[in-house]
Structures are given as C-alpha cells and as structure tokens.
Write a protein that binds this ligand. Sequence first.
Ligand SMILES: *Cc1c(COP(=O)(O)O)cnc(C)c1O
Length: 385
Amino acid sequence: MPVSSASPLPIQLLDLAGQHAPLQAELDAAVRHTLHEAAFIQGPAVATFAQELGAYLGQAHVVPCANGTDALQLALMSLRLPAGTEVIVPAFTYVATLEAAAVLGLQPVPADVLPGTFNLDPAAVEAALTSRTGAIVAVHLFGQCADLEALRTLADRRGVALLEDNAQAIGAQFTTSRGETWWAGTVGEVGTTSFFPSKNLGGFGDGGALFTRDAARAATLRQLANHGQTRKYYHEHIGLNSRLDTLQAALLQVKLRYLPAWTQARQQVAAQYDAALAAVHGLTVPERDPRSTHVFHQYTITVADEPGCREALQQHLAAHGVPSAVYYPMPVHAQPAYAYLGYRAGQFPVAERLCRTVLSLPIHPTLTAEQVSYVAATLAAWAGV
Ligand SMILES: *Cc1c(COP(=O)(O)O)cnc(C)c1O
C-alpha cells in the first residue's frame, strides 16, 4: 500500500481543536454574545438551537437537557413505569444505557447483539420480553441504526415503549421495507442524545437532548427536566434539574451547521478504510446494514478471538503512531455494579466476544486521505498481507 512521503503523523483519535479552528470566529461571536446577553440559564439560544436541531431531524420536538445520561433517565421517567419494571437494553453498550434504568429502580434486562452490526438482536429482544417488560432501549451503536423496523413492530405488538439511545448516531437514517425514511432518535416514544465533546455533535462540556414526535410528551419532558414545574414554583411532577446551558446551546448552534459536512467527511474516511482493509487478513471491517446510513461515530473492526491478539495489534499500531481504542472492554452484565442482576459469563456470547475482539480506529472529520492510507498500511503490515 503506498504511503505518501510527507509524514502523516501525528494521527489523533479525536481532533477537536482542528475541527473547531475554521469555526473560531463564529464560536467567539457566540461566546461574546452570550456573555453580553447574560441569560445563562434557559436563554434564547436554548430554544432556537432546539428548533434548529428539530428541523434537521425531520421536524421532531427537541428538549435540551444537561447530558445524555440524564436524557435517558428523563425518557424513562416520562414513561411512568412502576418500580421493578423490566427494561430491555443491549448487552453491548455504554453503561449509561443501563444506569439510567437502575437509578430509577427499574430492572435492566440485557439482550444480546448481532455480531456484524453490534446492535440489538431483535430475536434476543423478543426472547427477553416478559409480562413485566415496560420498555426496550435501542442503542444505535457507533453511528448505525439498530433494526428500528423490527424493534418498533415488536414494541407495538407487545404493548411496550421503544426508546432510542441516539448518543452516537445523530443524523443517521433508517429506510423501512415500505420505503419510509426515519431519522434515528425519532422512531421511539422518546429518543435521547448526548453533546459530550467527543460525540459527532459535541459541545464544550456536557449537554444532551430528548427527541419525540409527540407534542404533549415533549411538554412533559421539558417539565421533568426543569424540576417538574409546569409554571414557576408550581411542581406537578418530581423532576430533575437537567438543563442545557445557554452557552452550550449557542456554541452547539454554530456546530450544528457543520454537522452534515462532518458526517460526510466521516463517511469518506470509512469508505476509504473499507476499501483498503477489505483484503487484509485477520480483521473484519464493520458491517453495513443496507437499510441504515452510518454516521461513523466510531469505525470499529474486529480481530480474531485469540488471547493477546488485539493487544498485539494495538501495540503494533501505537508503535507506528496510530492510536486506537476499545469500546467496550467489558459487557454491562459483567460490571461489578450490575452483579446484583445475577447474570453469568456465557449468557450473552456475542457481546462477550465483541468485548474481546473490537478495536476502534481513528475517525474524525479532519483525518486526511494520507493518514487513512497510513493507518490501513500499518494494519496490513501487521497482518502480513
Ligand atoms: C455518550 C453516551 C451516553 C452518555 O452521554 P453523556 O452525555 O456522557 O451522559 C449514553 N449512551 C451512549 C451510547 C453514549 O455513547
């Protein structure tokens, strides 16, 4: 594989400074304006950002909140499920998906995922459904939609809610068998996202939002995120203090305008990896579900399930200046905090294998074609192709 003579190094897993540099003047103006206006909580930018994001997501209602974990908790709170109600979650996800249910006294029930897409296996969800199930939480892991059609159908048939943890797939779309196009995060009763700085639409600190197509539910979510108040000092629900800062909203408003171009840049990087890595032995490129677009929050390969294999590859990459990361090294049911749920090793074999075999490569909008070639060549050298 040709590697250009100019050094492609350094290569970063994430390059927020590089991504923000062309926006500096706009970001500075947003900060100056917000400081001057001095409406730091629920200032005008919060509502305008929510409107603009909702318009981008096919006219969904958007309710901003403090972070993606609160968004999951607020989504579950809006369902008013009795304590102990079962909430089906993927066995392979970030811990927040589970945590939000657990802190509310609900019973997280992991279901295994599909080995190719890493997303919930609808058959495993169906097998996990009981008379005590209240909700299914789909996670669109790494930027590609879970099987939204199958999960929506299953939830409707069994009379349970569908929530979408869309922290990693903002802007992804799913096309149904009837040819309808759905925006990730707007198909469930509630969808959630995170503006954690490393996310595809990341802020300059914590932030999150909820999506819904139901105006009444949006109003309830807005109240729940603001102490459950329907008007000042009148509290109809037990809520949270979970608001998006005006400053974050003003900065996110700037970044939202660039999101489609950044998504395209990520997709170009992924296409280049796909082509360059297809013939490399010993690793598998991420599977594309033809029904979903993929916004590539992560580009995650899998390697052989052999002791030391992934670690050796990571060391080889690091020695050549290529950072990589393991999302996630441990399935949620194996985490000490969730031992009380009583699951054993071997119960979610796909999730467990993925935790041993996944490796995420650098992918971000400012990664150059030379850098992607260099990463691919470094992988090919390891594989001895
Ligand atoms: C980042 C993330 C969250 C949590 O978002 P925070 O804003 O960090 O609370 C939840 N679920 C998934 C899948 C995530 O990637």
